[in-house]
Ligand binder design. Structure first.
Ligand code: EZ4
Ligand code: CO
Length: 423
């Protein structure tokens, strides 16, 4: 009797292992807190080559750890580490439950580690594997935060002296408790600050009259020879964002970021109709579907998705390619909660991607930089990657173990009457 191979269980389609395979032997998650929490995935192969990927999701670190340990790592063992695309599809399509920040951060960690491995196997820095260098250095912007206008103007001056050519300016607002972006220290603005979310108070009226005065003073003092950026951090409605964009036009911002929440991508049409201030959004997006309408309708100028929160190099490349068709450029998120592993991978991506715009760069603490040894450096407003094979970032596990996890959450915002607002 003939057997039907298609129906027999032994013919169930699995990804077969080919000659030349580099088998994933183990994978584990490392959690460390050298000043702030970071989650790192380390994938080891049977050829001694390993790769690491950032898996940090600020305030939700343990959710990603559980997703990786319970659901992802067991499926990786025995797979060929070279099959980056197939593993990406396996983790995305194969999960049934698609998208979401936890899932996509976990996928990003695997993807980043696999690109690290592939580049190491090739003996190349990652940017070479992606298609080679498109630029000499990666333009970055730093964060100048002050308690009021005068302080912020001074802080921008300090960033200019450090060599920055592009600076994000955020200022406290009189009468507004805990306005977004006001640091506690000089260099390391760190919003995740409580075991329970800190409550901040928001006042749109005060902000809308204060922000244009800040940029007027910044231009008066520092001139137009420096790029200035501003993050609204989702605090406005679309029509309010349109008004702010219009009020800021004389000060020629590089961009106005996250001026309204973007779950409804259509919302940006209203902002666009009212202002020529360039618009940036995307740091909390996790797939291309969050950006699709914004990009295809040319409602934004910069897409801020990044390696760790948008599915890794593999998915970010797809977003950047879509964006390039509409002259939308990249402006990846790079706050301190994105580890040096993400920063390293992002800088290789930025060195290659044709439609690069700018890269956010908040310096990590010296403790973090010691745990995560990295081959990138800042000079004259640009970050430069070195030629170490892979993405050029490694983790000192013995040192990492000295900094145990500290639970911390992001703040929340309320209006004057107590209603919840967008933080
Ligand atoms: O508040 O990364 O542009 N940067 C930002 C960040 C975010 C934090 C949240 O985890 O908006 O400072
Ligand atoms: Co932001």
């Amino acid at each position: 009797m003939q057997t039907n191979d298609l129906l027999s269980p032994s013919a169930a389609p699995t990804a077969s292992v080919h000659r030349g395979a580099v088998i994933i032997r183990s994978a584990r998650v490392i959690v460390t807190c050298p000043g702030r929490n970071f989650v790192t995935l380390k994938i080891e192969t049977d050829q001694g080559v390993y790769g690491i990927g950032d898996a940090t999701l600020n305030g939700r670190e343990k959710s990603v750890v559980a997703y990786l340990e319970e659901h992802v790592i067991p499926t990786l063992i025995g797979k060929d580490a070279q099959r980056i695309e197939d593993i990406w599809q396996y983790l995305y399509r194969g999960a049934y439950w698609r998208r979401g920040p936890v899932t996509m951060t976990a996928i990003a960690a695997v993807d980043t580690a696999l690109w690290d491995i592939k580049a190491k196997l090739a003996g190349m820095p990652l940017y070479q594997l992606l298609g080679g260098r498109s630029r000499d250095g990666v333009l970055v912007y730093g964060h100048a935060n002050g308690l009021d206008i005068e302080h912020t103007v001074d802080e921008v001056g300090r960033y200019k002296e450090m060599g920055y050519r592009a600076i994000r300016a955020q200022s406290g607002i009189p009468g507004v408790k805990g306005a977004y972006g006001v640091g506690r220290g000089d260099m390391y603005y760190e919003p995740a600050d409580g075991t329970l979310p800190t409550e901040t108070l928001w006042n749109t009226t005060a902000y809308l009259s204060y922000a244009p005065k800040l940029f007027e003073k910044l231009r008066d003092t520092h001139g137009f020879g420096i790029e200035l950026l501003h993050d609204v951090h989702h605090r406005l409605t679309p029509i309010e964002a349109g008004r702010l964009g219009k009020d800021l036009e004389p000060y020629r911002l590089f961009w106005m970021e996250d001026s309204t929440p973007a779950e409804n991508q259509e919302a940006f049409r209203l902002i666009r109709q009212h202002t020529t201030t360039p618009l940036a959004v995307g740091e909390i997006f996790n797939t291309i579907w969050d950006c699709k309408d914004l990009i295809q309708n040319q409602l934004i100028d910069y897409i801020r998705t990044t390696v760790v929160h948008a599915g890794g190099i593999t998915h970010l490349r797809r977003i950047a390619d879509l964006a390039s068709m509409y002259q939308v450029r990249t402006g990846s998120h790079g706050a301190t909660d994105l580890s040096p592993v993400c920063m390293g991978a992002a800088l290789h991506f930025d060195t290659w991607v044709p439609n690069f715009g700018i890269q956010e760069y908040m310096r990590h603490t010296p403790e973090t930089d010691e745990v995560f040894l990295h081959d990138y450096s800042f000079k004259d407003g640009y970050l430069h990657v070195g030629d170490t094979p892979g993405h050029g970032v490694d983790i000192d596990e013995a040192l990492a173990a000295k900094y145990p996890y500290e639970p911390k959450q992001l703040p929340i915002a309320r209006l004057q009457d107590g209603s919840m607002w967008n933080w």
